[in-house]
Design a binder for this molecule. Structure first.
Ligand SMILES: NC(=O)c1ccc[n+]([C@@H]2O[C@H](COP(=O)([O-])OP(=O)(O)OC[C@H]3O[C@@H](n4cnc5c(N)ncnc54)[C@H](OP(=O)(O)O)[C@@H]3O)[C@@H](O)[C@H]2O)c1
Length: 223
């Protein structure tokens, strides 16, 4: 499978690349093709140091170029940039491409981390992305509550749950499979895409708890 990561030069992008290159080709996307290629080279070196050899290749190109090739595409960009980034990218995907949104509408205020969609009365990240999708059922929300600090280190066992929302069973199964490929992460279906704001809002809850209780990059687990 070819997994493209829009904004793959960021922290989450690195984590996804280092976890999934074990079994898949990973395409790093950036607004800048040169930065993408350099970053892909750096991640490839990291992967060789970590694993010796892997089955997938990590390469880089501009966001639109990688969107055209990807079987699964992760939108690893900030909430604020969805409307400026998605039209060019999502109009260029294959019809069968499954799109993953880990995007959290989050901001820091005097009170702590807050959910932009509530305080500014804006759509959830899922809703905002979905309006740009050719096939709206191919969007799956996941990975909102795993910290990039933990994702980037494959030596860490992440004994966490990942909430999944979507409207297409096959797309949900594909994304659940990718969650399971990251050792000890457990995919839990939360509901249809319309409920994905519940998964997104878990992140500011987690971050505020982390700070107030002096915890280090916690995750969530349903017991
Ligand atoms: N960080 C976490 O622990 C964490 C956890 C769960 C979910 N998330 C969510 O995952 C997503 C990615 O997180 P992140 O921490 O990796 O984000 P990030 O580092 O802030 O940004 C990721 C990439 O987005 C691209 N980008 C930045 N500004 C842009 C703009 N104006 N237009 C288009 N692209 C732009 C950049 O790539 P180029 O400059 O190379 O184009 C950047 O490397 C976010 O939506 C976040 O809410 C993050």
């Amino acid at each position: 499978m070819k997994i493209g990561i829009i904004g793959g030069t960021g922290g989450m992008g690195k984590g996804f690349a280092l976890r999934w290159c074990v079994n898949h080709d990973v395409l790093i996307g950036s607004r800048d093709a040169i930065r993408a290629a350099q970053t892909a080279l750096e991640y490839s070196k990291n992967a060789t140091e970590l694993y010796g050899s892997v089955n997938g290749k990590i390469t880089g190109n501009d966001n639109v170029a990688i969107a055209k090739e990807s079987d699964v595409l992760v939108l690893s960009i900030p909430y604020e940039n969805i409307d400026s980034t998605c039209p060019a990218i999502l109009s260029n995907t294959k019809d069968s491409c499954i799109v993953i949104s880990p995007i959290v509408p989050i901001t820091k205020t005097n009170s702590g981390f807050e959910f932009i969609s509530f305080i500014e009365k804006k759509p959830s990240a899922f809703e905002m992305v979905q309006k740009h999708m050719k096939d709206k059922t191919k969007l799956v929300a996941a990975f909102h509550t795993v910290s990039e600090k933990k994702l980037v280190d494959p030596n860490l066992v992440l004994d966490f749950d990942i909430f999944i929302c979507g409207d297409d069973q096959k797309a949900i199964e594909t994304v659940s499979g990718l969650v399971k490929e990251i050792k000890n992460l457990r995919p839990l279906i939360l509901g249809p895409g319309s409920l994905s704001y519940l998964a997104e809002v878990a992140t500011p809850i987690l971050l505020n708890i982390m700070i107030k209780n002096k915890m280090k990059n916690p995750g969530l687990k349903i017991v």
